[in-house]
Design a protein around this ligand. Structure first.
Ligand SMILES: NC(=O)C1=CN([C@@H]2O[C@H](COP(=O)(O)OP(=O)(O)OC[C@H]3O[C@@H](n4cnc5c(N)ncnc54)[C@H](OP(=O)(O)O)[C@@H]3O)[C@@H](O)[C@H]2O)C=CC1
Length: 333
């Protein structure tokens, strides 16, 4: 897009993949700057977070993902969903944002690049004093945690909530959001992350290398299981009689995986509707605004594990794919 890039450049740097595969399929390339449609915003990307979900989409495994993202090769050559940056240009119908605004939000793909085209409805203003890296870390993971705890589990003050993978991208937000909702929170993590999870205001921390939470006497009203290291039936033992378990390992695809497991568990293991609920999180602008408030008032603070420059996006995805991140991994552009 002539005029949008620096000195009117029409091309940009991006992490591009032409086929499914390991992180080495991602190559730093020069490509055309996308053109914003009528309701779109062209964002000059400052930072873009990467998720386990981005890793699965890059590899094209499990295969069922290819039904959505392209059968033979990825439909979107540039991966990446979450971003923060500055508005470089707006489409004809966009009135709420203007060139120069600092924004964060999500796209279906294409954020691992110098510029990304995003529907204006997917973006909100970055709260004052929040860095571009912190803002990019928020959208998908924090929205997932918020919707799981507030909307699906309907967490109420005084309830007991257990979060597995409490040191990870979703878990580190979930611990903080459960506290905001007034719950008594237990985070499950490894020894090296105990202090981190305590610093997120967890009331109790279970080190899974020493204690199996499914084998203690303690019972929880809500369990958000971001790891699914134990079978659902074992985790059910740790629920109160009216408790709710939300599995969220992302295994088998974002929606098909949880739905498949829940149908099987309900049919074969006698889980009730109340005991087991699928997490089908959907990005909503009003939830992003809620999160912007929580960030502005410092009730929620992103945890950043590592940042990588755009040219090393493959290394960022390799690291995320290994599954041991502490908070979020962000690519800076
Ligand atoms: N439904 C949705 O919309 C979304 C789903 N997801 C899914 O949620 C899952 C979690 O995502 P995310 O938080 O980003 O993942 P991360 O990779 O960021 O975090 C995983 C964390 O879990 C810890 N961990 C590993 N094994 C255990 C264990 N047995 N018990 C407790 N903690 C453990 C890891 O640390 P260590 O190994 O050091 O213990 C790491 O900190 C993913 O599978 C992802 O696909 C994510 C975003 C959206």
């Amino acid at each position: 897009m002539p005029g949008a890039g620096p000195a009117g450049a029409a091309t940009m740097r991006a992490a591009v993949q032409h086929r499914y595969g390991p992180p080495s399929v991602l190559a730093s390339s020069e490509v055309g700057i996308p053109l914003p449609g009528r309701g779109d915003v062209l964002v000059q990307v400052g930072a873009a977070a990467v998720h386990p979900g981005d890793y699965f989409v890059m590899t094209g495994e499990p295969y069922v993902l290819r039904l959505v993202f392209g059968l033979r090769r990825p439909r979107h050559g540039i991966p990446g969903r979450d971003l923060a940056g500055v508005v470089a240009a707006v489409g004809k119908d966009v009135t709420a944002l203007r060139r120069g605004d600092e924004v964060f939000g999500w796209s279906t793909a294409g954020t691992l690049a110098e510029y990304a085209c995003v529907p204006a409805d997917n973006l909100v203003s970055v709260p004052a004093d929040l860095s571009v890296v912190d803002a990019a870390a928020v959208p998908t993971s924090a929205l997932t945690a918020l919707q799981a705890l507030r909307d699906i589990a309907n967490v109420r003050p005084g309830q007991t909530v257990l979060v597995t993978g409490a040191s990870g991208g979703v878990g580190s937000f979930a611990v903080q959001i459960a506290k905001v909702l007034g719950a008594e929170v237990t985070g499950v993590c490894s020894t090296r992350n105990v202090d981190l999870v305590r610093s997120l205001r967890a009331d109790h921390v279970v080190d899974y290398t020493r204690t199996d939470f499914t084998r203690t006497e303690k019972r929880y009203d809500v369990i958000l299981d971001n790891v699914e290291a134990q079978p659902l039936a074992a985790v059910r033992r740790a629920l109160t009689p009216t408790g709710t378990l939300i599995p969220n390992s992302g295994r088998g695809g974002r929606w098909l995986g949880p739905l498949g497991r829940i149908v099987r568990a309900r049919m074969l293991s006698g889980f009730t509707r109340q005991q087991l609920k699928p997490l089908l999180s959907v990005e909503k602008r009003k939830d992003l605004l809620t999160l912007a408030d929580l960030l502005a008032t410092r009730q929620v603070t992103p945890v950043i594990d590592r940042t990588y420059p755009l040219d090393e996006a493959a290394d960022a995805l390799r690291y995320v794919g290994a599954g041991h991140t502490r908070g979020k991994v962000v690519v800076t552009v």
